[in-house]
Design a protein around this ligand. Structure first.
Ligand code: FES
Length: 213
């Protein structure tokens, strides 16, 4: 199910910035949600343990690789349905047969609505930005970036860093109509073309997150 977008601009850190309020399950303390951005190849189990604390875990069970369930507040833990391992809200091992905790992603919460999650190897940044000269009648900027297979991307723009970025349309060829809003990643570097007329601005690449359960 489509939930919302998250964005990142730093090529080294691979930080996803997630708007917590857009994931209804995470609004209450004790909430838990499983999300992906690449059709399940990467999964994030996000648990809320207080108003300002979240735990972002790799849901792959450390026993034999099954995907564990959500955190269940009434059980105060996370169960693996394959062989019964049991983990705490932060992924600590409470009962085997697993013998290690769940792997955790580094994360921080800004105290308001943004949960930042560092995902190792996340290729998520605008690699180059250049004025395109193939169509001199229209000033266009060519944005190129690596993509993940089955991930969906959108482009946002803001005139200054204090205003919230707004989604904009783009073209997928240098001279095509700039009427696309979503790009499906191929696993290879891809490019889009955006309107470069008008005043200066900032462009952000956004990655759509999907809720798995
Ligand atoms: S795979 Fe999770 S307990 Fe065996």
């Amino acid at each position: 199910m489509f939930t919302h977008s998250a964005s990142a601009v730093d090529p080294n850190s691979g930080v996803l910035r997630i708007n917590v309020s857009s994931l209804a399950a995470l609004v209450p303390v004790g909430g838990s949600v499983l999300v992906t951005f690449d059709a399940g190849a990467t999964q994030l189990l996000i648990n809320r343990s207080s108003a300002v604390h979240f735990h972002v875990l790799n849901p792959t069970c450390t026993h034999a690789g099954c995907t564990v369930g959500l955190y269940v507040a009434s059980n105060n833990g996370i169960s693996c349905h394959c062989h019964g391992s049991f983990f705490s809200i932060s992924g600590q091992l409470l009962n085997g047969p697993a013998n290690r905790p769940l792997a955790a992603y580094q994360s921080s919460f800004d105290g308001d609505d943004t949960l930042s999650v560092t995902v190792p190897g996340l290729k998520f940044y605008i690699a180059s930005m250049q004025l395109d000269s193939e169509n001199p009648a229209v000033r266009r900027l060519k944005l190129s970036f690596p993509t993940h297979s089955f991930a969906t991307y959108s482009i946002q723009r803001t005139n200054n860093l204090t205003d919230a970025p707004q989604a904009i349309t783009f073209a997928t060829t240098a001279t095509g109509a700039a009427n696309e809003t979503i790009l499906l990643g191929s696993g290879e570097p891809m490019s889009v073309w955006v309107d470069a007329s008008g005043s200066s601005g900032f462009f952000t690449l956004s990655l759509q997150l999907y809720e798995l359960s």
